[in-house]
Design a protein around this ligand. Structure first.
Ligand SMILES: Cc1cc2nc3c(=O)[nH]c(=O)nc-3n(C[C@H](O)[C@H](O)[C@H](O)COP(=O)(O)OP(=O)(O)OC[C@H]3O[C@@H](n4cnc5c(N)ncnc54)[C@H](O)[C@@H]3O)c2cc1C
Length: 543
């Protein structure tokens, strides 16, 4: 066994084989997590079993919240070059008549099309290219992680193998982004909870110049005898997904028959099956998302049937949620309790999304229980109620549940702004036109419609938050209106742009001592101490 020499730039005395963060798996979630940590100055070593990218067809759709995460990871422009906006989702009956249409806006609240189509290997390629440009990140490919061990009260040991033998690294934290068959999951003793969906589907990616009867959106054929999904993913690229009774390879005749509703496939026509693969779609979530400093992200933590295009999206949300917290603990000495909010925030969110996907799967396939026929009839009728389709087409990503880092007032219920992302309009700050997030920096931020009282300003300074007045930002008053509709004078945003706390309209402060103050307290930074923050809070509540 060899011991690798890795020294972080922030370490004054390099320790042999020590890495701040080891990431197991260079899939899209692992690489995005590495990029997000790099932007906070945290060094990572990413260990990946394969030498090259996984080439088979998988994710093709993403939402605007996730595009904002890719923006934070520094790859927004590269992603825009490979993405194509989708106009929505249609539910078709067995005769391909439209039962319902859920439109998706060309500009969602995050500043991007609500749904974008793309090719997962192209996304992974641009993520890897970005990783190669970051000096904080090192990718070791062609290595297999065989052991992850959380020490009693110290670093995590990671053992991996390559052609030369076995190697060992010690890390302050490990992110298990190693997919559905995760070794990290086994290592921390996490087990799957089965959310009761399992079906075998065939996925076919095609390139053709033939005329295809389609729209710029996704079709879900709700036919229990032949459920299918179809979408255009590029200029001449299309994706079909079929649940077939047998797993045999499709011959030309069978394929011609299956795709006949969309395209007439004559022999010798320009029609290239780029890839064909079979997958078992499952709905699962792990019972525990971390043990100590070992965390599970992406498919290692949850499996989502792809019917609402959210599996990867959930994984990228995991990365966005855990990385700022981990950076604050590792670099600024925040309490370990901050890391516990990763599971308490992400688990219910991911479960909600899986349930949506399972419901869609049931609608398409008839499900696997006795009530399936009733459900399909109800769906067909419900979809015709005016306004319902539009409502169902809104964001699939729910509001974060109340918790230490999402303070929701009792009277607000679920209607308040806490736990929601703030919108991202284009704004003009210091004469520069930019997307809002680019002007907020990487840390906390306050958006306010009123001048902050000095006591509140002390709290905000204690967090190192940037304050932005939303009046006159050149955004057609979108942020002013958003605050007004939320009956709020100011909001405190976390580094992941989720509203953590609010100053109610006519109020002057965050009222009372919030739980977040102690979780965010840092011991290694230029920020004022916890005592200073808490004293300021106390003063502000006494006023
Ligand atoms: C047909 C299909 C369609 C889909 N469509 C969508 C969609 O439209 N939208 C969407 O959001 N999601 C979709 N998904 C889901 C999406 O593809 C996955 O959620 C996503 O790929 C998960 O990314 P990940 O990084 O967590 O895991 P993976 O992509 O599985 O990456 C894990 C990585 O870890 C590596 N690894 C594993 N074990 C080890 C080890 N021991 N040592 C070293 N390396 C290791 C693997 O080689 C791999 O590179 C779809 C999935 C399928 C199958």
């Amino acid at each position: 066994m060899t011991v690798d020499q890795v020294a972080g730039p922030r370490e004054t005395t390099p320790r042999p084989g020590h890495v701040p963060v080891v990431i197991v798996g260079a899939g899209p979630v692992g690489v995005t997590a590495a990029l997000l940590l790099a932007r906070r100055g945290v060094r990572t070593v990413v260990l990946e079993r394969h030498h090259d990218l996984y080439p088979l067809p998988r994710a093709v759709a993403t939402d605007d919240e996730v595009r904002r995460i890719l923006q934070a990871a520094g790859v927004q422009e590269e992603f825009a070059a490979i993405a194509r906006p989708a106009r929505g989702l249609r539910l078709l009956d067995a005769r391909h008549r439209v039962m319902a249409e859920f439109p998706r806006a060309a500009q969602g609240q995050h500043g991007f099309p609500q749904t974008s189509m793309f090719d997962q290997p192209e996304l992974e390629r641009l993520l890897r290219d970005a990783l190669a440009r970051r000096p904080e990140c090192e990718l070791r490919s062609g290595v297999e992680v065989v052991g992850v061990e959380q020490g009693a009260d110290g670093p995590v040991g990671v053992t991996y193998r390559d052609d030369e033998g076995e190697h060992f690294l010690r890390a302050d934290a490990v992110l298990g982004c190693d997919g559905a068959n995760s070794v990290t999951r086994d290592a921390i003793g996490a087990v799957w909870e089965d959310l009761r969906f399992e079906e075998r589907w065939t996925v076919i990616d095609v390139r053709t110049s033939l005329p295809v009867r389609c729209w710029e959106g996704v079709d879900q054929v709700c036919d229990p005898s032949r459920p299918a999904t179809f979408m255009r993913i590029g200029e001449d690229r299309y994706r079909w997904e079929f649940r077939l009774p047998d797993a045999a390879e499709l011959d030309h005749e069978r394929l011609r028959e299956l795709i006949a509703p969309w395209v007439d496939l004559a022999h010798g026509a320009d029609f290239e099956v780029v890839r064909q693969a079979q997958y078992t779609f499952r709905a699962r979530i792990v019972d525990r998302w971390h043990r100590g400093r070992v965390f599970l992200l992406g498919d290692a933590a949850h499996l989502t049937p792809p019917f609402v295009g959210q599996g990867l999206c959930s994984g990228l949300r995991d990365a966005y949620n855990v990385t700022w917290k981990l950076a604050r603990v590792l670099q600024q000495g925040a309490t370990e309790r901050l890391l516990e909010t990763y599971e308490s925030e992400r688990k219910p969110h991911a479960r909600h999304v899986i349930r949506l996907a399972v419901a869609m799967g049931w609608a398409m396939t008839g499900g696997q229980d006795g009530a399936a026929a009733v459900r399909r009839r109800v769906l067909g009728t419900a979809c015709r109620i005016p306004g319902l389709a539009a409502a169902a087409g809104r964001d699939l990503s729910p509001v974060l549940a109340a918790g230490p880092l999402v303070r929701r007032r009792v009277r607000e219920g679920g209607r308040g702004l806490a736990g929601r992302f703030c919108p991202q309009p284009w704004v003009t700050v210091d004469g520069r036109r930019a997307r809002l997030d680019e002007t907020l920096g990487d840390s906390f931020a306050v958006l306010t419609a009123v001048p902050l009282p000095p006591s509140l300003k002390a709290v905000v300074d204690g967090l190192g938050a940037r304050t932005v007045c939303v009046v006159g930002l050149g955004d057609d008053n979108r942020l002013v209106d958003w605050l007004r509709e939320g009956r709020t004078d100011a909001v405190l945003l976390r580094p992941d742009r989720v509203v953590m706390d609010v100053v109610p309209s006519g109020g002057h402060d965050f009222t009372g001592r919030p739980d977040w103050a102690s979780l965010l307290h840092t011991t290694r930074s230029s920020f004022p101490s916890q005592q200073t923050v808490e004293e300021a809070l106390l003063r502000s509540t006494k006023r």
